[in-house]
Design a protein around this ligand. Sequence first.
Ligand SMILES: C[S@@+](CC[C@H](N)C(=O)[O-])C[C@H]1O[C@@H](n2cnc3c(N)ncnc32)[C@H](O)[C@@H]1O
Length: 189
Amino acid sequence: MGRVNNGVKDVERDADRWLKELAVPFLKRVGIQPKQRILDFGCGPGFYTVPAARIVGRRGRVFALDKSAKVLHELEQRAKEEGLSNIEILLTSGELGIPLPDDSVDVCLLYDVIHSHYFSHQRRITLLREIQRVLKSGGFLSFYPSHMNFNTSKRLLESMGFECIGTMKATLLHYYSLKDDRILNFLSS
Ligand SMILES: C[S@@+](CC[C@H](N)C(=O)[O-])C[C@H]1O[C@@H](n2cnc3c(N)ncnc32)[C@H](O)[C@@H]1O
Protein backbone atom coordinates (compact mmCIF):
# COMPACT_ATOMS: atom_id res chain seq x y z
CA MET A 1 0.00 0.00 0.00
CA GLY A 2 2.99 2.28 -0.59
CA ARG A 3 3.33 5.15 1.80
CA VAL A 4 -0.22 5.13 3.12
CA ASN A 5 1.09 4.87 6.67
CA ASN A 6 3.01 8.11 6.39
CA GLY A 7 1.95 11.04 8.49
CA VAL A 8 -0.99 13.22 7.46
CA LYS A 9 1.38 15.94 6.26
CA ASP A 10 3.17 13.58 3.81
CA VAL A 11 -0.13 12.40 2.40
CA GLU A 12 -1.40 15.97 2.03
CA ARG A 13 1.86 16.97 0.37
CA ASP A 14 1.62 14.09 -2.13
CA ALA A 15 -2.02 14.84 -3.01
CA ASP A 16 -1.20 18.53 -3.36
CA ARG A 17 1.79 17.89 -5.60
CA TRP A 18 -0.26 15.45 -7.67
CA LEU A 19 -3.02 17.98 -8.32
CA LYS A 20 -0.70 20.95 -8.85
CA GLU A 21 2.09 19.43 -10.94
CA LEU A 22 1.76 15.81 -11.95
CA ALA A 23 -1.83 14.92 -12.77
CA VAL A 24 -2.39 16.98 -15.93
CA PRO A 25 0.88 15.86 -17.62
CA PHE A 26 0.08 12.27 -16.61
CA LEU A 27 -3.41 12.35 -18.18
CA LYS A 28 -2.12 14.10 -21.30
CA ARG A 29 0.38 11.26 -21.70
CA VAL A 30 -2.49 8.81 -21.25
CA GLY A 31 -4.14 10.50 -24.24
CA ILE A 32 -6.80 12.80 -22.81
CA GLN A 33 -7.41 15.81 -25.07
CA PRO A 34 -9.55 18.96 -25.16
CA LYS A 35 -13.28 18.55 -25.95
CA GLN A 36 -13.38 14.84 -25.12
CA ARG A 37 -16.09 13.09 -23.13
CA ILE A 38 -14.55 11.06 -20.33
CA LEU A 39 -16.09 8.50 -18.00
CA ASP A 40 -14.22 8.07 -14.71
CA PHE A 41 -15.78 4.86 -13.37
CA GLY A 42 -15.20 4.50 -9.60
CA CYS A 43 -13.82 8.03 -9.56
CA GLY A 44 -13.42 8.28 -5.77
CA PRO A 45 -12.66 11.81 -4.50
CA GLY A 46 -11.63 12.99 -7.96
CA PHE A 47 -7.86 12.87 -8.16
CA TYR A 48 -8.16 11.87 -11.83
CA THR A 49 -11.56 13.47 -12.55
CA VAL A 50 -10.52 17.03 -11.71
CA PRO A 51 -7.34 17.10 -13.86
CA ALA A 52 -9.25 15.37 -16.69
CA ALA A 53 -11.85 18.15 -16.50
CA ARG A 54 -9.12 20.76 -16.70
CA ILE A 55 -7.78 19.14 -19.91
CA VAL A 56 -11.09 18.58 -21.74
CA GLY A 57 -12.15 22.15 -21.01
CA ARG A 58 -15.56 23.79 -21.29
CA ARG A 59 -16.44 21.99 -24.52
CA GLY A 60 -15.67 18.60 -23.03
CA ARG A 61 -17.33 16.69 -20.20
CA VAL A 62 -16.25 14.31 -17.44
CA PHE A 63 -18.77 11.85 -16.02
CA ALA A 64 -17.72 11.06 -12.48
CA LEU A 65 -19.40 7.82 -11.43
CA ASP A 66 -19.17 6.31 -7.98
CA LYS A 67 -21.37 4.46 -5.50
CA SER A 68 -20.13 6.49 -2.55
CA ALA A 69 -21.90 9.78 -1.84
CA LYS A 70 -19.10 10.69 0.58
CA VAL A 71 -16.29 10.61 -2.01
CA LEU A 72 -18.48 12.36 -4.58
CA HIS A 73 -19.10 15.16 -2.09
CA GLU A 74 -15.34 15.56 -1.67
CA LEU A 75 -14.99 15.65 -5.46
CA GLU A 76 -17.72 18.30 -5.77
CA GLN A 77 -15.93 20.50 -3.25
CA ARG A 78 -12.66 20.14 -5.15
CA ALA A 79 -14.34 20.93 -8.49
CA LYS A 80 -16.08 23.96 -6.96
CA GLU A 81 -12.81 25.33 -5.58
CA GLU A 82 -11.37 25.13 -9.10
CA GLY A 83 -14.47 26.63 -10.74
CA LEU A 84 -14.99 23.57 -12.95
CA SER A 85 -18.46 23.28 -14.45
CA ASN A 86 -17.86 20.38 -16.85
CA ILE A 87 -18.07 17.51 -14.36
CA GLU A 88 -21.30 15.54 -14.17
CA ILE A 89 -21.71 13.53 -10.99
CA LEU A 90 -23.29 10.07 -11.34
CA LEU A 91 -24.09 8.58 -7.94
CA THR A 92 -25.11 4.93 -8.34
CA SER A 93 -26.04 2.17 -5.96
CA GLY A 94 -23.19 0.00 -7.27
CA GLU A 95 -25.14 -1.45 -10.19
CA LEU A 96 -23.06 -2.09 -13.27
CA GLY A 97 -25.36 -0.58 -15.88
CA ILE A 98 -23.70 2.72 -16.79
CA PRO A 99 -26.30 5.50 -17.16
CA LEU A 100 -24.90 6.72 -20.48
CA PRO A 101 -25.90 5.97 -24.09
CA ASP A 102 -24.07 3.60 -26.45
CA ASP A 103 -21.01 5.05 -28.24
CA SER A 104 -20.96 8.23 -26.16
CA VAL A 105 -17.55 8.33 -24.45
CA ASP A 106 -14.04 8.93 -25.86
CA VAL A 107 -12.10 7.63 -22.87
CA CYS A 108 -13.02 5.55 -19.85
CA LEU A 109 -10.72 5.69 -16.83
CA LEU A 110 -10.86 2.55 -14.71
CA TYR A 111 -8.26 3.14 -12.04
CA ASP A 112 -7.93 0.94 -8.97
CA VAL A 113 -11.54 -0.24 -9.05
CA ILE A 114 -12.13 -3.80 -10.28
CA HIS A 115 -9.85 -5.64 -7.85
CA SER A 116 -11.25 -8.27 -5.51
CA HIS A 117 -12.08 -5.77 -2.77
CA TYR A 118 -15.00 -4.60 -4.93
CA PHE A 119 -15.45 -7.04 -7.81
CA SER A 120 -15.92 -10.75 -8.44
CA HIS A 121 -14.65 -12.15 -11.73
CA GLN A 122 -18.18 -12.25 -13.16
CA ARG A 123 -18.96 -8.65 -12.19
CA ARG A 124 -15.65 -7.56 -13.74
CA ILE A 125 -16.74 -9.08 -17.06
CA THR A 126 -20.20 -7.47 -16.84
CA LEU A 127 -18.67 -4.05 -16.21
CA LEU A 128 -16.10 -4.39 -19.01
CA ARG A 129 -18.93 -5.24 -21.45
CA GLU A 130 -20.76 -2.09 -20.31
CA ILE A 131 -17.61 -0.06 -20.88
CA GLN A 132 -17.38 -1.50 -24.42
CA ARG A 133 -20.99 -0.41 -24.95
CA VAL A 134 -20.48 3.23 -23.92
CA LEU A 135 -17.10 3.73 -25.62
CA LYS A 136 -17.20 5.32 -29.06
CA SER A 137 -15.57 3.45 -31.90
CA GLY A 138 -11.90 4.48 -31.64
CA GLY A 139 -12.37 5.36 -27.97
CA PHE A 140 -10.15 3.77 -25.38
CA LEU A 141 -10.09 2.36 -21.88
CA SER A 142 -7.27 3.42 -19.58
CA PHE A 143 -6.86 0.78 -16.90
CA TYR A 144 -4.87 0.78 -13.66
CA PRO A 145 -4.80 -2.85 -12.48
CA SER A 146 -3.94 -1.96 -8.93
CA HIS A 147 -4.05 -4.89 -6.44
CA MET A 148 -4.37 -7.25 -9.43
CA ASN A 149 -1.91 -9.43 -11.30
CA PHE A 150 -0.79 -7.26 -14.20
CA ASN A 151 -0.48 -10.01 -16.85
CA THR A 152 -3.63 -11.89 -15.80
CA SER A 153 -5.76 -8.76 -15.96
CA LYS A 154 -4.24 -7.78 -19.32
CA ARG A 155 -5.11 -11.24 -20.69
CA LEU A 156 -8.67 -10.96 -19.35
CA LEU A 157 -9.27 -7.72 -21.23
CA GLU A 158 -7.66 -9.09 -24.39
CA SER A 159 -9.86 -12.20 -24.22
CA MET A 160 -12.86 -9.85 -24.29
CA GLY A 161 -11.72 -8.10 -27.44
CA PHE A 162 -9.91 -5.12 -25.96
CA GLU A 163 -6.70 -4.41 -27.91
CA CYS A 164 -3.75 -3.28 -25.81
CA ILE A 165 -2.29 -0.14 -27.39
CA GLY A 166 0.25 0.72 -24.73
CA THR A 167 1.70 0.21 -21.30
CA MET A 168 2.78 3.34 -19.52
CA LYS A 169 5.08 3.59 -16.52
CA ALA A 170 4.36 6.66 -14.45
CA THR A 171 4.09 8.25 -11.05
CA LEU A 172 0.48 7.90 -9.92
CA LEU A 173 -1.57 8.92 -6.92
CA HIS A 174 -2.78 5.87 -5.06
CA TYR A 175 -4.57 6.19 -1.69
CA TYR A 176 -3.38 9.81 -1.43
CA SER A 177 0.27 8.75 -1.86
CA LEU A 178 2.54 9.00 -4.89
CA LYS A 179 3.64 5.68 -6.29
CA ASP A 180 5.53 4.49 -9.40
CA ASP A 181 3.41 1.95 -11.26
CA ARG A 182 2.06 0.93 -14.69
CA ILE A 183 -1.21 1.57 -16.48
CA LEU A 184 -2.55 -0.04 -19.65
CA ASN A 185 -4.49 1.54 -22.52
CA PHE A 186 -6.90 -0.56 -24.60
CA LEU A 187 -8.88 0.14 -27.71
CA SER A 188 -12.42 -1.11 -27.47
CA SER A 189 -13.41 -3.96 -29.81
C1 LIG B 1 -9.78 2.63 -4.49
S1 LIG B 1 -10.96 3.79 -5.02
C2 LIG B 1 -10.21 4.45 -6.50
C3 LIG B 1 -10.68 5.84 -6.78
C4 LIG B 1 -10.09 6.49 -8.03
N1 LIG B 1 -10.41 5.75 -9.23
C5 LIG B 1 -8.60 6.67 -7.89
O1 LIG B 1 -7.84 5.89 -8.50
O2 LIG B 1 -8.18 7.59 -7.15
C6 LIG B 1 -12.26 2.74 -5.71
C7 LIG B 1 -13.56 3.50 -5.93
O3 LIG B 1 -14.44 2.66 -6.70
C8 LIG B 1 -15.75 2.83 -6.20
N2 LIG B 1 -16.53 1.65 -6.60
C9 LIG B 1 -16.30 0.36 -6.31
N3 LIG B 1 -17.25 -0.45 -6.84
C10 LIG B 1 -18.10 0.37 -7.51
C11 LIG B 1 -19.30 0.15 -8.28
N4 LIG B 1 -19.80 -1.06 -8.45
N5 LIG B 1 -19.91 1.23 -8.81
C12 LIG B 1 -19.42 2.47 -8.63
N6 LIG B 1 -18.30 2.74 -7.91
C13 LIG B 1 -17.64 1.70 -7.36
C14 LIG B 1 -15.55 2.96 -4.69
O4 LIG B 1 -16.67 3.59 -4.07
C15 LIG B 1 -14.29 3.81 -4.64
O5 LIG B 1 -14.58 5.19 -4.58
